[in-house]
Write a protein that binds this ligand. Structure first.
Ligand code: PRP
Length: 220
């Protein structure tokens, strides 16, 4: 081992050392550039409003849907397709509630961007890796709102000749016509309020809430 000055500090120390202010105090923030605004912790954030669906309610419903899928697909190894990003939390819990050796793939589409209103145009951001030909496919969505995303995905996936294609959505707006959209498994019907948590975001944040809550942007 060398005894040069550089060997006194681990390379990982750079992440924790931060900068030294003129009064000698140290900070974990970068030495230059804009100081990022501090954000409240989740349990102190006033914008996270009323809990619409608790962690326990979600877990119980997923257990029920998992049992239905296990019975409906007995003897099969269905392919669960997670629609990124919003469905990633639901997919991980749903897959573990199914008593079958499911396979998993991911597709990413976007129509909302960072806005709370759909742009009206669905954009394919990442395609599947798996060939769907002859596969029993379950498309897993976090929410069906206008149905625009689902219609786009159905068209795209049906063209790949799966043996079957069903849809499982944790949430569907009360306004969504889930029969004509062909959604076989639905967790909960919800009203039109903007909701966050359990995969659902506002400007990419709050996906990591363990429950689903109303979002109140003006709350202080
Ligand atoms: C959300 C959600 C659905 C879609 C539903 O995706 O995950 O895919 O909107 O809305 P629709 O029925 O009106 O089409 P978003 O575009 O917000 O991307 P995200 O999943 O990355 O949050």
């Amino acid at each position: 081992m060398t005894d040069s000055p550089a060997s006194d500090s681990s390379p990982f120390d750079h992440q924790a050392s931060g900068s030294t202010a003129s009064d000698g105090s140290t900070s974990a923030r970068p030495a230059s550039g804009d100081t990022p605004a501090r954000v409240p912790a989740i349990d102190q954030d006033p914008r996270i409003g009323e809990v619409l669906l608790s962690e326990e309610e979600i877990a119980e419903r997923i257990r029920e849907i998992g049992e239905r899928i296990s019975a409906d697909y007995e003897g099969e190894a269905p392919l669960l397709i997670c629609v990124l990003r919003g469905a990633y939390v639901f997919l991980t819990d749903l897959a573990r509630a199914v008593n079958l050796p499911v396979e998993i793939d991911f597709i990413a589409v976007s129509s909302y961007g960072s806005s709370t209103r759909t742009s009206g145009v669905v954009r394919l951001v990442k395609d599947l890796d798996v060939d769907l030909h002859g596969r029993h496919v379950i498309l897993v969505e976090d929410i069906v709102d206008t149905g625009l995303t689902l219609r786009y995905l159905r068209r795209s996936l049906e063209a790949r000749n799966p043996a079957s294609l069903e849809v499982c959505a944790l949430l569907a707006r009360e306004s969504a016509d889930i029969e004509s959209l062909g959604v076989r498994y639905v967790g909960f019907r919800i009203p039109g309020d903007f909701v966050i948590g359990y995969g659902l975001d506002i400007a990419e944040r709050y996906r990591n809430l363990r429950y689903i809550a109303l979002y109140e942007p003006d709350a202080t």
